[in-house]
Design a protein around this ligand. Structure first.
Ligand SMILES: C[S@@+](CC[C@H](N)C(=O)[O-])C[C@H]1O[C@@H](n2cnc3c(N)ncnc32)[C@H](O)[C@@H]1O
Length: 483
């Protein structure tokens, strides 16, 4: 038979400010042991010590907002919402917002001072969870908002690069969206929305009165094709290329394995553009001279092999600069080799040949004086076999020049690396996963100098010198010999 609970028992509350607890059902008012139901009213700024209760607690917020800190973060529970905490997990309730909070708490089994296990933060006993630094939490939330804005701008910058909008705008006086769209031969509605992102992202300046937009020359210096090696917009394309495989990457997080090269429709195109910038003029002027005497030997004529040559830009440049040398590029991507041959033809290079080859099996003992690998070792499925093949294919006095990502094998040593988050991301979403897709070692782009030394020594190389170029923050240059 139903019975009436005519009034609650008002219970003394824990916390820094008076809070009203009205227990309707529970150990005190109704002698329930299995469940307790209480209405609570907490003022603005109220906070109680953390607790690790033995009971499950369901809290339904009637008015205001209740803040619930837990080991993994914070939940802000608004009126009309409820929060459930599990037995044994640490939580701390507070109502920092104006107006405080009114809520109903249901505990299973019933609330008891013996089973709530409050932190004794004033008795010298250590808190069971770290104290939340609210300023730090707010600063981090701000950082995340910045990440969302900047990530969005990366996508829009990639679009600006691919559509030629930056190049067009760099040559225009202050212009309307219609004039910019016409000059770039693009749809005005899209251009106007893109300009919205560019203006609010402080990339493009806007004159609201005249309805015009201008790309400041200081910004054009990092965004246009005319900027050549300084065109950072090229690299924003990686963000969209990587975004295209997110579903497959998430699947690999769950099930292992990897995402094969074939899943990246624009990878070779973007990589070629990237390499074209980073190794363009610098290759002949700065990179090759890192090896003492190499330029003179190339001028005299030597045998050169580039492993994992991709679209072949590097080896075509070497062949063009040193017509007496005999140059070969191998890559297992047919698409890349077709592009490499086409470029050789465009450049009128006669001393470079390309073949679709898996460089894990070279079988060309002592065939080359110089072997190069530009960003092509860390994403190998079997990097150890490739390095052994290179060691075998190199003549005794030959040099292996390996350009690879600069960094340490230890994450804590990469904290000050200016582009470490980008490099770990491109590694996770491309370099590492393409290797794992082939049941490979999955070294990843951030395999680092320590690991590189280990693998090079194992392959039989005895002389390894690591060099850096002042203008290149991304790469280390390993000058390697057999001793
Ligand atoms: C990161 S890309 C670098 C391409 C080029 N060296 C550049 O700097 O633009 C790595 C290249 O290695 C190639 N590759 C990976 N494993 C290979 C293998 N076992 N044999 C031949 N090519 C391979 C890929 O197809 C890809 O073109």
């Amino acid at each position: 038979m139903p019975y009436l609970i005519t009034e609650p028992t008002v219970i003394e509350a824990a916390g820094n400010k008076p809070k009203r607890i009205e227990e309707y059902a529970g150990g005190v008012n109704s002698e329930h042991e299995g469940v307790s139901v209480a209405r609570m009213v907490s003022p603005e700024g109220w906070q109680e010590p953390g607790q690790r209760p033995e009971f499950e607690e369901i809290t339904l917020v009637l008015k205001g907002t209740l803040r619930v800190e837990h080991v993994g973060g914070v939940l802000v529970v608004a009126a009309g919402q409820a929060v459930v905490t599990q037995p044994g997990e640490w939580v701390r309730y507070s109502s920092p917002e104006p107006g405080g909070a009114e809520y109903v708490a249901v505990c299973l089994p019933a609330f008891s001072p013996d089973t709530v296990h409050r932190d004794e933060n004033d008795g010298g006993v250590e808190m069971t969870a770290p104290k939340m630094d609210l300023a730090k939490a707010d600063a981090f939330a701000d950082k995340l908002v910045g990440i969302i804005n900047d990530g969005s701008l990366a996508l829009m910058t990639s679009v600006g690069h691919r559509t030629g909008l930056f190049d067009t705008m760099a040559s225009l006086a202050p212009s309307t969206s219609k004039e910019i769209a016409e000059a770039a031969n693009l749809n005005e509605r899209y251009v106007r929305e893109w300009l919205g992102a560019m203006v609010t992202g402080r990339i493009v300046d806007h004159d609201a009165e005249n309805g015009t937009y201008i790309l400041p020359p200081e910004h054009a210096a990092s965004l246009t094709r005319a900027a050549k090696a300084d065109n950072i917009a090229v690299f924003t394309q990686y963000i969209s290329v990587l975004g295209g495989v997110e579903d497959a990457i998430v699947d690999s997080f769950r099930n292992g394995g990897g995402v094969p090269y074939s899943e990246y429709p624009r990878f070779h195109e973007v990589m070629a553009e990237d390499s074209g910038l980073s190794s363009g003029a610098a290759l002949v002027e700065s990179i090759l001279p890192l090896v003492p005497g190499l330029v003179e030997r190339l001028e005299a004529g030597i045998d050169v092999l580039d492993v994992g040559c991709g679209s072949g830009h590097a080896i075509n440049l070497i062949a063009q600069a040193f017509p007496k040398s005999r140059c070969v590029g191998y890559d297992f991507s047919e698409e890349a080799i077709v592009a490499a041959r086409a470029e050789a033809e465009r450049m009128g290079v006669m001393n470079a040949r390309f073949a679709v080859r898996d460089v894990t099996v070279l079988n060309e003992a002592a065939g080359y004086d110089l072997i190069t690998a530009f960003d092509a070792i860390h994403d190998q499925a079997k990097p150890r076999s490739v390095l052994k093949c290179i060691a075998e294919a190199l003549r005794p006095d030959g040099t292996f020049l390996m350009q690879d990502i600069a960094g340490s094998s230890h994450v804590h040593k990469n904290l000050e690396h200016p582009i470490a988050p980008f490099l770990y991301t491109i590694s996770c979403m491309h370099c590492m996963t393409v290797s794992l897709a082939l049941d490979g070692e999955g070294l990843g782009a951030m395999w680092g100098e320590e690991k590189a030394h280990e693998l090079l020594t194992e392959a039989g190389f005895t002389g390894v010198e690591v060099k850096r170029l002042s203008f290149d923050i991304q790469n280390a240059y390993y000058v390697i010999t057999k001793g």
